[in-house]
Design a protein around this ligand. Sequence first.
Ligand code: ASP
Length: 328
Amino acid sequence: MKTTLKLALVAAAAVAAFGAHAQDFPAKDKTVTLVVPFAAGGPTDRVARDLAEALRKPLGATVVVDNTAGAGSSIGAARVARATPDGYTLLLNHIGMSTMPALYRKLSFSVPNDFEYLGMVNEVPMTLIARPTMPANNFKELTAWIQQNKGKINLGNAGLGAASHLCGLMFKSALQTDMTDVPYKGTAPAITDLIGGQIDLLCDQTTNTTSQIEGKKVKAYAVTTAKRLTTPALKDLPTLAESGLKDFNVSIWHGLYAPKGTPADVQKKINEALKVALKDPEFIKKQEALGAVVITDKRIDGPEHKKFVAAEIDKWGAVIKAAGTYAD
Ligand code: ASP
């Protein structure tokens, strides 16, 4: 066999092994899987489904959301870290990307080294909510109820490292009260139990709680951001900081990732589609109605996204180490 032919065959085999070639990504007959590392019906899932819809046209492919929930997003993130780096398996994750390295002593992947950073999506405030039968009618009454019920309070979360867990850690430490953490695979099942009265309290993103608050299915006491929100259903809620928990400020962000080694030109195509999606008026409207703010600054580019997550790893790593919480 002639050397040139041999080389061409080797190159073709390499391309086949790695799948994607930018000029034919995305292929007409293939769908892109967007892994959500939390349960269906929750806030991360909600953002992912809206984003999948907004990405469809600019990317030229159907984006299918697939939930791989558990362990505070580390199971879904591990799935994507191990996936073929061809652009057809992506991850949408939140602040969990920056809490996992400090929380899990045996992570099977490295957040800085095993992913390509494709750009950030949005920032989402959280709300402190309670079961509908909670007797307290405002934050002051809630803190009094917490003092009276020490040792008996169940606080839900979406697993170690989830936003709800982080918010709960900060809330308990600000009040200097212990509560029993009850982990779920996402805050969708946690909210179901909160509505049913099996747990007492939960911190969850407005993308999930706005309709529950509006429908009076849960009681709401405060928002976790430094400023009050303008969303009609949430605008009367005080901030935790103004309610006496000085400097309390938690806002959750979401970003898009691909497995390390995804070809640079495939990453570029996805990033370009993401930028179009983030300007889609329908996507922006849906996000704003849920209290989320679509990101428009330079963090919509991979390198700035990566820099931001690295800073968040340092920031939350310090909080988590101070709380002495970890998992194997
Ligand atoms: N809201 C969850 C959290 O606490 C995640 C989810 O279910 O989307 O991180």
